[in-house]
Design a binder for this molecule. Structure first.
Ligand SMILES: [Zn+2]
Length: 335
């Protein structure tokens, strides 16, 4: 009697175990059916991109000609997309993704929403951020330019706030065109992103590129845009902030003269100021900075963008289109 019951119990528990095993096996084969609340499509399904800190990636969404709006999100930064027609290429949307010079290396998701009327669909890309080797600069400056007294510190904070407010609102219109202009003919110093040691103390990294040029040399706007702010600030000296639309700003610092005023419309190549050494500068040069949807990128990445009419030069900023995008593992990373 007892033995027979035990045998039944044993058989039931074996049956239980078999069922559990089957459920586990099935769940690994059909995870969505068994667990309908788990997240759907895997991330990065729609393509992969890679770039180094401070670079600009050109993200293409093709075959969505009917879409009414395309917008992306990368590391909590909004990435607006715009329509682009170029001879010999399928129509579609393009987004410029800036990798901030201090984004941590790693793989992140670029989530893109494609809207068509009431309908919306989600795309998911993987973006591999690779480390850039930035220079280390040792600078010797007057003590009062590095160790700010209370009054100067308060001034600097107020100036920072003013700039942040002016740049907080992105114009929704794309004002820039595909060809960018180098703002000054001079010697590019290559110190974008450099780690700065001032009078032996670590300071914020250099968030632009310095171009050596004589005092009074012409400074041109890199592209079409509207002058958002002109300043005379403690560190940047006389400076101009140009809004090119869709979250793209260019900055020109240490000027001796400013030839435009807030609200002016400027054209690519238009002379907007003169090279100087105002603010915290060791000599006459232009500090050229670019912010792209909140990311501090190397301004020279703009000159290399593969957006010129139908031509795609093989440069560091060139990014494979979706059809040919390699997986992050196969992308060679130059150190
Ligand atoms: Zn600089």
């Amino acid at each position: 009697m007892m033995t027979a019951l035990k045998q039944v119990q044993l058989r039931v528990s074996r049956l239980d175990r078999t069922l559990i095993m089957a459920a586990v096996l099935l769940s690994s084969v059909f995870p969505v059916e068994l667990f309908p609340n788990t997240p759907p499509a895997p991330r990065g399904l729609d393509g992969q991109y890679s770039g180094k800190q401070g670079q600009v990636l050109v993200v293409k969404v093709k075959g969505e000609e009917q879409a009414t709006e395309v917008k992306g999100t990368f590391l909590d930064r909004a990435i607006p997309f715009f329509r682009e027609f170029r001879p010999g290429e399928p129509a579609g949307y393009i987004g410029l993704l800036g990798i901030d010079m201090q984004d941590d290396p790693g793989t992140y998701e670029l989530a893109v929403e494609v809207k068509q009327g009431e309908q919306a669909k989600q795309l998911s890309f993987h973006v591999l951020v690779a480390k850039e080797k930035f220079a280390v600069e040792h600078l010797k400056l007057p003590k009062d330019k590095v160790d700010l007294d209370e009054k100067s510190l308060a001034r600097w904070k107020a100036e920072q706030q003013l700039v942040q407010q002016a740049l907080a609102e992105n114009s929704r219109l794309k004002l820039w065109r595909s060809n960018f202009v180098e703002p000054v003919n001079g010697k590019r110093t290559g110190i974008f992103g450099s780690v700065r040691i001032m009078n032996g103390q670590a300071r914020n990294p250099h968030n632009g590129e310095d171009i050596g040029a004589p005092m009074g040399a012409d400074v041109a706007a890199t592209n079409d845009g509207v002058v958002r702010l002109t300043v005379d600030h403690i560190f940047s000296g006389r400076g101009i902030f140009v809004d090119h639309g869709l979250g793209f700003y260019s900055m020109y610092f240490h000027l001796s003269e400013i030839l435009v005023k807030d609200g002016d419309l400027v054209k690519a190549g238009q002379i907007i100021g003169k090279v100087g050494a105002t603010g915290r500068a060791t000599g006459p040069h232009l500090h050229w900075g670019v912010k792209l949807n909140g990311a501090r990128v190397n301004p020279y990445a703009l000159l290399d963008l593969p957006l010129k009419n139908g031509v795609t030069p093989p440069t560091a900023a060139t990014v494979p289109t979706l059809e040919t995008a390699p997986t992050p593992q196969t992308v060679p990373v130059r150190e």
